[in-house]
Write a protein that binds this ligand. Structure first.
Ligand code: HEC
Ligand code: HEC
Length: 266
């Protein structure tokens, strides 16, 4: 498996992963440093995710992922709104957040329409045979089930797919296999830290604030790092390999069929 990953996750893809959000941000004329956006993501997770959700679209009438807001247009409006709250709603003033922290959250929200939020992909894709897809999923050829759980099994670092057919379009599932770096959901992003001695550790980013980072590491271990003890830290590409050159188009359509049959029931 390791070999498969090494072979497939190429440097070129890693480059695209880092470059795309920056270019899109510039195009939108909101230029924030990647470090602001990363900071904002952690602050969002700690302060906002509980109500606004993983994809920032959980509050009805206040979808934060589209780049358009009912009560704010400029970034300064947004900062003010977040710090002062909206009277008589659950959106209470966030008096604990400094101006800089709030600005970082706005940087994160501004990056969402291109970098984070996932627009439903309604493209028509071929749907094959679910039974053949299931066999492939649990086979040595793909090793999907070595990482992913379906009604149990799998490991905590890779999303459980038991309900994926109810919440994703067939095209989204196809892209997840062929181009895993293209769409990674908030909450499923991998992070790497390098300490002052040069040792690196990878894991799922659970949370971060100005001073520390918390990762979920392989073996389901939680780890916390002080940023001042780190030489380097940042997001890294998904560990999921691309199956573009590994599976035939028929096999891809069979796996899509199997996944859309996964709708949460046992
Ligand atoms: C306790 C739940 C809760 C928390 C926590 C929360 N919000 Fe909200 N937020 C809401 C609700 C509810 C609304 C919609 C209020 C209304 O319009 O009735 C809202 C509205 C908003 C709006 C206005 C959207 C628009 O279209 O004008 C923004 C921006 C916003 N929230 C950002 C944030 C940010 C950033 C955080 C974290 C710092 C946060 N919220 C934390 C519940 C919450
Ligand atoms: C080395 C571990 C690994 C293997 C092997 C692997 N995946 Fe993944 N997969 C991940 C991780 C980690 C993510 C979350 C990050 C991302 O989206 O790339 C993911 C994401 C996904 C998603 C998106 C989930 C969502 O919530 O939208 C789908 C669908 C998926 N994988 C299907 C598969 C299928 C089908 C196979 C086999 C053909 C497979 N994976 C093989 C680790 C793996």
């Amino acid at each position: 498996m390791k070999e498969l990953c090494r072979k497939l996750v190429t440097g070129a893809l890693a480059c695209t992963f880092y470059l795309v959000p920056c270019t899109l941000l510039q195009a939108q004329e909101h230029s924030y440093a990647p470090s602001d956006i990363e900071n904002g993501r952690g602050l969002y997770q700690a302060n906002c995710l509980g109500c606004h959700g993983n994809d920032a679209d959980a509050v009805e009438g206040a979808n934060l992922s589209t780049g358009r807001f009912r009560r704010a247009s400029s970034d300064e409006d947004l900062i003010r709104l977040i710090r002062e709250g909206i009277p008589n709603t659950l959106m209470i003033p966030k008096t604990n957040l400094s101006y800089g922290d709030t600005r970082a959250i706005v940087a994160f929200l501004r990056a969402l329409p291109s970098g984070g939020a996932l627009v439903a992909d309604e493209r028509e894709v071929r749907i094959g045979d679910a039974a053949r897809g299931e066999a492939l999923f649990f086979s040595n050829q793909t090793q999907c089930s070595a990482c992913h759980g379906v009604n149990g099994g799998g490991n905590l670092l890779s999303p459980d797919l038991s309900n994926v057919g109810a919440t994703r379009t067939p095209a989204t599932l196809e892209t997840a296999m062929l181009d895993p770096i293209a769409e990674v959901r908030a909450g499923q992003r991998f992070y790497q830290v390098t300490n002052l001695q040069g040792n690196t550790v990878n894991g799922l980013l659970l949370n971060q604030d100005t001073h520390s980072v918390q990762l979920l590491r392989e073996g389901e271990r939680l780890a916390s790092y002080q940023k001042e003890d780190l030489q380097n830290h940042g997001f890294i590409p998904s560990p999921m390999p691309s199956y573009l050159d590994v599976l035939s188009p028929d096999e891809v359509s069979d796996l899509v069929a199997y996944m859309i049959s996964l709708k949460g029931e046992e």
